[in-house]
Design a protein around this ligand. Sequence first.
Ligand code: FAD
Length: 467
Amino acid sequence: MTRIAIIGGGISGLAAAFDLEQRRQTARDVDYQLYESSSRLGGVLRTEYIDDCVVEAGPDSFVSEKPWAADLCRSVGLGDQLIGSNDADRKTYILTRGRLIEMPDGLVFMVPTKILPTGLSLLFSWKTKLRMAQELFHPPRAVDHDESVADFVERHYGREMVDRLADPLLSGIYGGESSHLSVRAVLQRFAEMERTHGSLGRAMLAARKKMSSAPKKSTPPLFTSLRNGMQSLAEAVVSRLNSASLLTNTPVKATQPESGGWTVSLGARAEHFDAVIVALPGRAAAAVLRDASSDLSSELGAIQYTSSITVGLAYGLEVRQTLPPGFGFLVPRSEGKRLLAATFVHNKFPHRAPQDRALLRCNFAGNNAESVWDLTDEQIVGVVRDELQQILGRQFRGLHAEPLFARVYKWKSAMAQYGVGHLERLERIETLRKAVPGLALAGNAYRGIGVPDCVRSGRDAVKQLLA
Ligand SMILES: Cc1cc2nc3c(=O)[nH]c(=O)nc-3n(C[C@H](O)[C@H](O)[C@H](O)COP(=O)(O)OP(=O)(O)OC[C@H]3O[C@@H](n4cnc5c(N)ncnc54)[C@H](O)[C@@H]3O)c2cc1C
């Protein structure tokens, strides 16, 4: 019987536990123990049900293109609960010199694939539009070293594209700044396009042409979620696990190889296992692995994280009728606001709010989250309401009404920042990990911070250990 410890009960650790449970029930040759420091399982997957609204404190969905989260949902019996984003109503606005301007149709991240909507859009100056045309002649890149997303985008489309699109779009995902993020780690596909085609525009047009000659498949919605919220995934996984294998309120202090296996130290006592899966954010992983390998611990600890604050606000029918159509807006840093984004949840997904309610999800990230961190929840809601009024009040009737409810959720150092050189760091981590047999790593510090990537990382960790 192989005994495996899983440290961390977020979705990465739970996905690993789910695979081990399957194996426990079928082959009966493994057992596992999951340690979670807090009182609840699921990590940042947290949903509240308030006045018939489904309010997401952490992630609200995942990209449909990456199949691993939806696969796990199906495996735990939630296949009929999967819901897609209302893409027919998909519109995203960018705050530009104080006005909300719709992102033009045909933009794939920052690459225009339709000439007319981009050419007519008020989002970009003529200078940037000219750069877009020139970009079609961008030569393939000879040097192959990493650089920041900001530098990469600026080389192709100029500074305005960085400020208006690349930076806010990436902040929405990573909570960080495009000048720090590695293009090879976070925009791998675009870096590859540059290597093969030179021009991103040409690469995208070639890909479109190839797709249009392939047999037509119906396009899945861009985002997938669960009818009762993301926490229901964690709950459904937990309901399939052996309850005796789950220990909450049990922080792991350290883990290290000992007597051909691994010791998990809980402070007052220690337990022995054959192998261990560390499914923690980088800094927490670094702390528990300090005695196992100081070099590995240093590499893990060097992965930067930023904080994030999500604010859920509900309003009545009048506000719902006032708000513009679409999924919401992003605020570039140059606009001088603290808010990063607001999602009109009632438009983005079905079943999130009754027909007579508007449900908004507002975000602060990185330095802006830190700048309001020590304020009370009421003060943070005040900042959100002020800025919503400034942003929406000019074009729409604004949001003078009192919210029906407001909730603030703070996530300290929760968003991994894949800095320039991240892939090289991952290679070093992998070498150091292999030097201590019986250790697997999972979580958002490595190859994707989204829920699907975390699920995959947990499942891969099990495969690695049982191989
Ligand atoms: C506000 C926010 C919004 C997001 N939005 C999206 C989104 O819309 N779509 C998307 O795909 N992704 C989103 N993400 C990213 C994604 O949700 C996370 O990267 C992912 O859920 C992380 O899961 P995890 O299990 O790796 O880590 P976590 O959820 O952080 O879980 C780690 C667990 O380990 C526990 N722990 C820590 N130290 C110890 C210890 N010493 N011993 C035992 N247990 C310990 C913690 O209590 C925690 O429960 C978002 C993240 C945040 C914070």
